[in-house]
Write a protein that binds this ligand. Structure first.
Ligand code: ZN
Length: 247
């Protein structure tokens, strides 16, 4: 929506970069990859509005949030408000920089205290000082939901990784992922992409991009933007559904 707003502003003769906006804060929307580099969407937003971009991550249970500072090096943990861990499948903390489930213990919450609450979200904690001067750990972008993890030829894959690759392809205006159980050890993953009337893209082009970026070759189905959007909104909610799990 923010990209579209910038585009329309420009069409009507206004320059979004002159609007005085200093930072776009993306709430619950990762704008970086696990190496903390901007994703194509984050970079496009930053350049369209000529401003910085920061991401936040939070939930009601946490009663606080992880928010990036201007250096965009992960969301800072506020140690007086929350104890944060990233753990493996056995609940043991993993080494800094390694991916695992985010587990939080909010501090100072009365009424319903939570101890080591499992969020179901996967991310990495980075230690070491941040250029802003804080020394608290920082949480990297959410890489996916634990429950959405796909079994794909021995590698760990989350639908979000596929969506992040598709951000590089402007012709793809909407996409969802379907997964079905297969007889072998891999899930059967289908990526359905919606292409608008003016755009065209070949399956092979998308496949080689997936192969290059995340080393997977899922089934790819190209449909009209209309039919893809219809499927994503047929549940009647406000947010599009992007993952259909039939396992
Ligand atoms: Zn910082």
């Amino acid at each position: 929506m923010l990209l579209e707003t910038a585009r329309r502003a420009r069409e009507s003769g206004a320059e979004p970069a002159d609007s005085g906006i200093e930072t776009v804060v993306a709430i619950g929307e990762p704008v970086r990859n696990p190496r903390l580099e901007l994703l194509p969407l984050g970079a496009a937003l930053s350049s369209a509005w000529g401003c910085g971009i920061a991401s936040t991550y939070a939930s009601t249970e946490m009663q606080t949030c992880f928010c990036e500072c201007v250096y965009g090096a992960g969301g800072h943990v506020h140690p007086e408000l929350m104890y944060a861990e990233v753990v493996d499948s056995q609940g043991r903390p993993v080494a800094p920089g390694e991916a695992g489930e985010v587990v939080v213990t909010p501090l100072g919450v009365e009424g319903l205290p939570l101890v080591r609450y499992r969020t179901g979200d996967v991310a990495r904690l980075f230690d070491g000082p941040c250029p802003c001067g804080w020394n608290t750990p920082r949480l990297g972008p959410i890489e996916g939901r634990l429950a959405h993890r796909l079994k794909y030829r021995g590698t760990t894959l989350y639908p979000e990784m596929i969506f992040h690759v598709l951000q590089e392809v402007p012709q793809v205006e909407a996409a969802y992922v379907e997964v079905r159980a297969d007889f072998d050890l891999s899930d059967h993953v289908t990526v359905v992409v919606g292409v608008g009337e003016d755009g065209s893209i070949g399956r092979e082009q998308l496949l080689s991009l997936m192969q290059a970026r995340i080393r997977v070759k899922p089934d790819i189905r190209i449909e009209t933007l209309e039919s893809v959007k219809k499927r994503m909104f047929e549940h009647g909610g406000r947010k599009p559904k992007r993952f259909f799990d039939y396992r």
